[in-house]
Design a protein around this ligand. Structure first.
Ligand SMILES: Cc1cc2nc3c(=O)[nH]c(=O)nc-3n(C[C@H](O)[C@H](O)[C@H](O)COP(=O)(O)OP(=O)(O)OC[C@H]3O[C@@H](n4cnc5c(N)ncnc54)[C@H](O)[C@@H]3O)c2cc1C
Length: 391
């Protein structure tokens, strides 16, 4: 593994950092909005931000120019994402679609599909959701039951999805559907682009523990979808999903340690300002977290090294497990350090940082579930990395 910075990446980093510095007012505005309860206002703000980024083609640097990228490398894209995290900039509203759906469409989509959907997706002119999970198909996604029946040149879709992030805001969704009920579970699944405003699509928002309503239930009743919306081959949707989730885990995780570091720095400032940093136990715990985030960064470098040398990354599950559990422990610490003030919520006169850590602490419960639970990551590590038997 090579620890030296790669010269071409540092050029991209400098160029993007300068651009971001010129837009630093956006980061300040985001700090005021990010923990607010008004989802619609937040979405509008984030939409505008992604459009601004895309006006200079910073959203997907590694994509070909004809669909809105800069024709750069995946590592250059990751550098841009890391800089966004470092500046504590607003996230991409279409972030999951940029990370998961867009690379999948590049690989499996037709030329027409790429040209039609990618430019408005990158510019957040059209928002996307991902309809994979169902009430009885989460970790065991292959048991999904939503049916799509081919009738002439359309599919008719019936079923239910759940936990569909931003389905209440989305224009389109990439849905996993069963197209051959007789085939074994991993076969007979296809992926379809479903226009969310179609007749027969009902979206019911779910209120989360944070008070936000980003998740939804999606009901599909005789929804007619053109057959041209099939992504990849019929009944080969499992290959599509494996590619999609591989992108999600790899790329999102590489940015996470930068985000944790920014949070730690914020906590550090607060501990010093309140005099709590003088407590020996607090200092010791803080040093432990600092070390752990540095370890996470080194795991990230190993992942970059794999990508750079064209190897399939081996430690993605380790990074996911370690990073998500570390985030929960770190936020427990941030709340414990507040003492009884930790019980206050935003809006209260005496709440610390307008309840930002309280909000993230609650949200962090989701980190060990989303994109594969901790138990599933442990299974993968045991079986694929350590070669242990299944039972
Ligand atoms: C923040 C967030 C965003 C999400 N966004 C989306 C989205 O946009 N689109 C979408 O489709 N889905 C989304 N999801 C859903 C997510 O993919 C599922 O929650 C996840 O895959 C787990 O599935 P489940 O909730 O059905 O839990 P289950 O699979 O029912 O698991 C329940 C418990 O059993 C354990 N378990 C299950 N199988 C095993 C096993 N073989 N061995 C050991 N333990 C096991 C799990 O670890 C868990 O603790 C999101 C979830 C979160 C938290």
């Amino acid at each position: 593994m090579d620890f030296e910075p790669i010269a071409s990446l540092e050029t991209t980093r400098r160029e993007f950092r300068a651009w971001l510095n010129a837009h630093s007012n956006v980061c300040t505005r985001w700090r005021e909005l990010r923990h607010g309860e008004d989802t619609r206002k937040r979405v509008e703000f984030l939409r505008h931000w992604q459009r601004t980024l895309q006006s200079e083609r910073w959203v997907a640097v590694h994509f070909p120019e004809e669909v809105g990228g800069r024709g750069g490398s995946l590592l250059e894209h990751l550098v841009v994402q890391q800089e966004l995290a470092r500046a504590d900039a607003p996230p991409l509203i279409n972030g999951a679609a940029v990370t998961i759906f867009a690379p999948t469409l590049l690989l499996f989509g037709t030329t027409q599909q790429r040209q039609r959907y990618l430019p408005p997706l990158l510019a957040a002119e059209e928002l996307w959701c991902l309809g994979f999970s169902e009430p009885n198909a989460g970790s065991d996604l292959a048991s999904l039951r939503t049916r799509a029946e081919r009738q002439g040149d359309v599919f008719v879709v019936n079923g239910q999805k759940v936990w569909t992030t931003y389905a209440n805001q989305a224009d389109y969704g990439l849905f996993l559907v069963r197209t051959d009920p007789q085939a074994p579970p991993h076969r007979g699944i296809s992926s379809l682009i479903v226009p969310m405003r179609s007749s027969g699509v009902t979206v019911r928002p779910l209120r989360e523990i944070t008070g936000d309503t980003d998740f939804n239930e999606v009901f599909l009743e005789n929804v007619v979808v053109p057959a041209t919306n099939l992504v990849g081959e019929l009944n080969r949707g499992w290959d599509v999903i494996l590619t999609a989730l591989g992108h999600e885990r790899g790329t999102l995780l590489l940015v996470d340690h930068v985000r944790r570091k920014v949070e730690l720095e914020e906590l550090h400032r607060w501990l010093r300002a309140t005099g709590k940093a003088n407590d020996l136990l607090v200092r010791q715990r803080f040093a432990e977290f600092w070390t752990e985030v540095a370890i996470m960064g080194l795991h990230g470098l190993a992942l970059v090294s794999d990508l750079q040398h064209g190897r399939t990354p081996t430690n993605v599950s380790v990074l996911k497990l370690y990073g998500s559990e570390l985030a929960q422990r770190f936020l427990d610490f941030a709340l414990t350090a507040q003492g009884p003030y930790a019980q206050l919520w935003r809006g209260d006169d005496r709440v610390v940082r307008d309840g930002a850590w309280q909000h993230t602490w609650l949200m962090a419960r989701a980190m060990t579930i989303a994109s594969g639970t901790s138990e599933i990551q442990r299974n993968i590590i045991a079986q694929r990395l350590l070669g242990l038997p299944r039972n």
